[in-house]
Design a binder for this molecule. Sequence first.
Ligand code: ATP
Length: 335
Amino acid sequence: MATIVHVDGLVATGAEPSVRGTAGASHPVIEVRSLHKAYGATIAVEDVSFGVGEGEIFGILGPNGAGKTTTVECMSGLRAPDGGAIGVLGLDPQRDRHAIRELVGVQLQEGSMPPKLTVRELVDLFASFYTDPADARELLELLGLTAKRDDYYKRLSGGQKQRLSIALALIGNPTVAILDELTTGLDPQARRETWSLIEGVRDRGVTIVLVTHFMDEAERLCDRVALIDSGRVIAIDTPAGLAEREGGGNHMRFHPSRSFDDSLLTALPEVDRLEHQGDRIVVSGNGDLLNAVISTLASAGSQAKDVQLESATLEDAFVRLTGHPSGTSKEDGKR
Ligand code: ATP
């Protein structure tokens, strides 16, 4: 039966369980409602709804081909939706394309540039599109591109092209930045520097939408994430909330100092599952699992020894909800 599901203050209709998680954007600057987009017979986005609050870093996660890029392309006015509604800063990305360009900076996957323009020429060219651009020299310095400013685009490494695409997304001093695969191709240090840069941009009040395949990136940067699968939002929450709710709970492994009746622990509200692995016991659950187990064992005259505690991660939630590890595609899974 169709149900009405409240998402971020919007109302989306769909078959249960279309959306899990109710954490919402308090003051949405972006509203996507029942977005639908097909390329011929391929339905890229079936039904996507979410809201993004002012100053938020909002992540869009999902397996390859889930519809993430199509969603952000529709939000930035680069593609026309077939159905649904999008509002960005109160504007319609199709109808108000010119105004949107001034306010929204976009970094898209595999954006290719004229090969024989230098870094400096490209940044100056993009700056000329805006009435109040950022300081180009400062931005190149921030992104570690100062030494490359006179190099042709075609001479840049993959990571340098990636950093240039971030600079071009930010050169217009945008109010909203849409970043698709922000750190793909960057080495670990450059990734961490880019994360700090993005946090700095957010601290200046910019609202950021981030499409990413990296769960560590989402955990570090995103206030909330939407998980998209097969063109639908299947969960929206904070990374920690999603991990806790959908990640299969926390796991506590220990050796008991003396045997006890399993029902002592399985009766606890914090415990979902108990397993014997040889002489070791693994208890899975939520909340304050550690204290609940330790104090219950103590009351039965037993002690938990060699305790190991593992928290569920966003990656665990991603795998449980989509059936795929992050970073692999549905197609990979079918092979
Ligand atoms: P990825 O993580 O691989 O970038 P995605 O979640 O961003 O994937 P999209 O790029 O939006 O997904 O693609 C969604 C679906 O639409 C896929 O099946 C893709 O093959 C298809 N698709 C995307 N762009 C086009 C296009 N221009 N023409 C035809 N089909 C397309």
